[in-house]
Design a protein around this ligand. Structure first.
Ligand code: ZN
Length: 180
């Protein structure tokens, strides 16, 4: 019953993120992001149900009142393990968390690496597509940092790697043509 589990995870995440919006000026519902990450993985031929479910749930522990037990009970320990691998420690400041993502990337499990890459692709696409009150420099810095995380995760799925590189190159080219 993979389809049922996927829909349950999407519903669970939609409920948990229901009051949140993405950082764009368009107030896009937060759930659009985990759905996009899950779709990017599926589009690249990734069919592991645990990875796809973890993609839908990947920001619930970090950004909502979701406990690890809730995820383990509803979706199992394998899914929880992947979600925890991609969850930042919110007690640390933004700079430290970004550093840790780069350092930890090569040690992640295969499923977590794939999820991390898809997460970054979704974020880069959002930065390029939606109006945001970020300076051009801040956007470029986010791209450069994402590339460092990607470098620690790549090499598992060529299609996913290619999608990251295309999105990254297109964005860097666009951002480099604009003033900081
Ligand atoms: Zn995310």
């Amino acid at each position: 019953m993979n389809e049922k589990t996927l829909i349950e995870a999407a519903l669970f995440a939609a409920e948990k993120h229901r009051l949140q919006r993405r950082k764009s000026l368009l107030s896009i519902p937060y759930i659009n992001h985990p759905l996009a990450v899950c779709y990017i993985l599926a589009q690249s031929g990734i069919s592991s149900i645990n990875v796809l479910v973890a993609a839908l749930l990947h920001d619930t522990i970090e950004d909502t009142e979701t406990s690890p037990d809730e995820i383990a009970n509803l979706f199992g320990n394998e899914v929880l393990k992947i979600v925890l691998e991609v969850t930042d420690d919110k007690t640390l400041n933004d700079k430290k968390r970004k550093e840790l993502q780069v350092i930890k990337a090569p040690q992640l499990s295969q499923g977590a690496k794939l999820l991390k890459i898809a997460d970054k692709i979704s974020n880069l696409k959002d930065i390029l597509t939606h109006p945001m009150d970020w300076s051009n420099k801040r956007k470029k810095d986010y791209f450069l940092w994402s590339k460092q995380v990607f470098d620690g995760c790549k090499g598992i799925n060529p299609q996913l790697d290619k999608l990251f590189e295309e999105t990254y190159n297109e964005g860097i080219e666009k951002l480099s043509s604009l003033p900081d």
